[in-house]
Design a protein around this ligand. Structure first.
Ligand code: ADP
Ligand code: TRP
Length: 342
């Protein structure tokens, strides 16, 4: 077992879709490995999801489902905090403070906004067509999530690296502006080697809810099997492409190295075909997710356990948040001297 450090790990999860195998392998599993190392905080980034989801019931449902998924996959609330972003109002307060040190140019260069502008330009539309301020300000709100909790390390996927760098830069700018006052911690990004692996979906492209090519983590065994049977197999001969095939790539994320090697050898030797390999994959997947599936449905069926965990997490998160904000408000001249804002 790894020795626990005194560092704080924090990551946010946007409740924008039902968790799939790609999320598990690329985000949930590596983040939970890190939870073993130190103080760890996970939050459901529900206000971030507003940029994509405008159906109240769906947002509420997805927030619960994402929290239940993390708990079912092994997040232990006795060791890690889990809370809803919306339960910590100080996050939105700090975002306002950070806006005063964030230059617009920096936001113009943020990947998500730049990508939206480039898409518009390619399509011959106005650069800001369809871009809301939520998307533009996203890096500031995310910086606030991170800096408020004094996070040292932020485990994220490659696409989020720049956002963590923005958070570090905003902390430096804030600290420089108030050198004698409360100082924000400068966070570092953590890119887990395992998290960098891109799991292909059943059509061979990156597994993503946007492509509707996912294997949902908590689908029924029959549905998992149906997804596995639909995985594309290339027209090359099995023997030539076993190792690179989508079936084997997915298999290697859930099966042991031994099982994966056996299947590759059998495919290469021609003693089994794609159909057999898909059978093995679906069996391995179903076995792997079964205990998590049970826990997930138990949590989803009885909302009180899940709510209790999230409420406990929120209380502690608000306590930490208020500790940061009360010192920070003093430094910047908000409220009466020596008093908290009331
Ligand atoms: P989606 O692409 O389905 O919209 P998200 O963008 O919400 O997924 O991703 C949530 C987390 O899961 C991110 O950390 C992302 O890096 C990870 N993730 C998503 N899809 C994959 C994949 N196919 N392989 C590896 N990691 C993935
Ligand atoms: N932006 C992240 C994503 O899209 C989610 C997120 C919001 C986050 N706030 C965060 C991740 C703070 C790490 C730290 O996946």
């Amino acid at each position: 077992m790894t020795a626990r450090s005194t560092e704080t790990y924090l990551t946010g999860i946007k409740p924008t879709g039902e968790p799939h195998l790609g999320n598990y392998v690329g985000a949930i599993r590596p983040a939970l490995d890190l939870a073993e190392r130190g103080d760890s905080l996970y939050f459901i980034a529900d206000y971030h999801a507003l940029n994509q989801i405008d159906d109240a019931e769906r947002l509420r449902g997805l927030s619960r489902s994402v929290a239940a998924a993390w708990l079912a996959c092994g997040l232990d609330p006795a060791k890690s905090l889990i809370y809803r972003q919306s339960s910590v109002p100080q996050i939105f307060e700090l975002a306002v403070v950070l806006s005063a040190v964030a230059s617009k140019g920096m936001m113009n260069r943020a990947h998500a906004y730049k990508a939206a502008v480039e898409r518009n330009e390619r399509a011959g539309r106005q650069p800001d067509d369809g871009v809301n301020m939520g998307l533009f300000n996203y890096p500031i709100l995310m910086a606030s999530d991170i800096l408020l909790m004094n996070a040292d390390i932020v485990p994220v996927g490659r696409d989020q690296k720049q956002h963590v760098e923005v958070a570090a830069e905003l902390a430096r700018r804030f600290n420089k502006r108030y050198p004698a006052g409360f100082q924000l911690k400068t966070p570092r990004v953590h890119l887990d080697a395992k998290a960098l692996v891109e799991i292909p979906g059943i059509d061979g492209r990156k597994m993503s809810k946007s492509y509707e090519n996912t294997i949902p983590l908590f689908a029924s065994p029959e549905a998992i099997k149906r997804c596995c049977m639909k995985i594309v197999t290339n027209s090359q001969r099995v023997q030539d492409s076993a190792r690179e095939s989508v079936v084997v790539q997915i298999l290697s994320t859930v099966a042991s190295d031994d099982v994966t090697s056996q299947i590759v050898s059998a495919l290469e030797a021609g003693s089994i075909g794609w159909g057999d390999a898909k059978e093995v994959l679906s069996k391995q997947l179903i076995e792997r997710v079964e205990p998590m599936r049970e826990k997930y449905f138990t949590l989803m069926a009885d909302s009180s356990d899940l709510d209790d965990v999230l409420d406990d997490g929120a209380r502690e998160a608000r306590r930490r948040a208020e500790e940061t904000m009360s010192s920070l408000r003093q430094s910047i001249g908000i409220g009466r001297s020596g008093h908290d804002v009331s």
